[in-house]
Design a protein around this ligand. Structure first.
Ligand SMILES: Nc1ncnc2c1ncn2[C@@H]1O[C@H](COP(=O)(O)OP(=O)(O)O)[C@@H](O)[C@H]1O
Ligand SMILES: [Mg+2]
Length: 249
């Protein structure tokens, strides 16, 4: 088999696996509800429907990521820039990721005074979901994932940081993780599924909206694990004009 055929097969098998997990859950909960409708109380029905909704959102995010890759390489990706609040997108991302990584805790530390940003709503959702999913996926067991914002008055950009503790990322890999299909070879990455596309897509989307993304991973004092921070900077909506000018390719 040629290299291209091999990587194509690997890709298909990863994607199928990632799609199967939420689909299995959606089917399972729908079947349970249909078979036991009269026996289930309202509370349980609501709980099951919530899971179905979360897993559907997860599927949408996965499919969005797949579509983004082809759109990015064909250059056909239209952005609809609007004034967007950060918190609802973060809450939605946490609800999508939480059900899959139930050992993790999420700390949404967003200052209520955080300015809104100028971004494409769906793309911003995709960016935040990718980062929070990675933090949960590569974070150490039972740890806390923190989402915080940084800004100043009259600042051109708002920073959104997703922080986790875990295996960390070596400085020499900082650049590579943002490239297509790249995954760092370590025992953890081998254990969890992934296509290596998430950060590639995330960086492309951030840059298309006139923003920047960076990573920093530092060993924690007195501990074996690392503190990893992904920071996204996006234009604040009050500087709409300059930001728009920057977004025009
Ligand atoms: N928070 C994190 N902590 C440690 N490693 C990470 C983290 N986020 C991403 N990585 C590394 O970067 C690689 C690329 O991430 P990504 O593009 O999202 O692909 P995927 O999650 O599908 O493997 C991952 O495979 C992992 O090795
Ligand atoms: Mg990922």
């Amino acid at each position: 088999m040629s290299e291209i055929e091999k990587s194509y097969e690997d890709f298909i098998s990863t994607v199928s696996h990632e799609l199967r997990t939420p689909l299995t859950s959606i089917r399972g909960f729908s079947q349970t509800m249909l078979a036991s409708w009269d026996k289930l109380d309202d509370e349980s029905k609501k709980k099951f429907l919530k899971i179905i909704e979360e897993q559907s959102n997860r599927l949408i995010n996965l499919v969005e990521n797949m579509l983004s890759v082809t759109r990015l390489s064909s250059g056909k990706d239209n952005l609809l820039l609007k004034e967007i609040e950060i918190r609802p997108a973060v809450e939605m991302a946490v609800s999508i990721v939480k059900s899959q990584y139930s050992d993790k805790k999420f700390d949404i530390a967003i200052n209520p005074k955080t300015p809104s940003i100028l971004a494409d709503k769906d793309k911003f959702q995709q960016i935040i979901t990718n980062l929070i999913e990675n933090a949960a996926k590569y974070g150490e067991e039972n740890s806390v994932i923190k989402v915080e914002t940084g800004f100043c008055e009259d600042c051109e950009f708002v920073a959104i940081r997703v922080v986790n503790t875990g295996i960390g990322i070596k400085e020499e890999d900082y650049e590579r993780i943002f490239t297509k299909f790249s995954r760092i070879d370590n025992p953890l990455t081998r254990k969890v599924q992934g296509s290596g596309l998430g950060l590639y897509i995330t960086r492309n989307l951030v840059e298309k909206m006139g923003g920047k993304i960076s990573v920093k991973s530092e060993k924690q004092t007195d501990k074996e694990s690392f503190l990893t921070t992904f920071e996204v900077q996006l234009p604040a909506s009050n500087v709409e004009k300059q930001a728009r000018a920057k977004c025009i390719p």
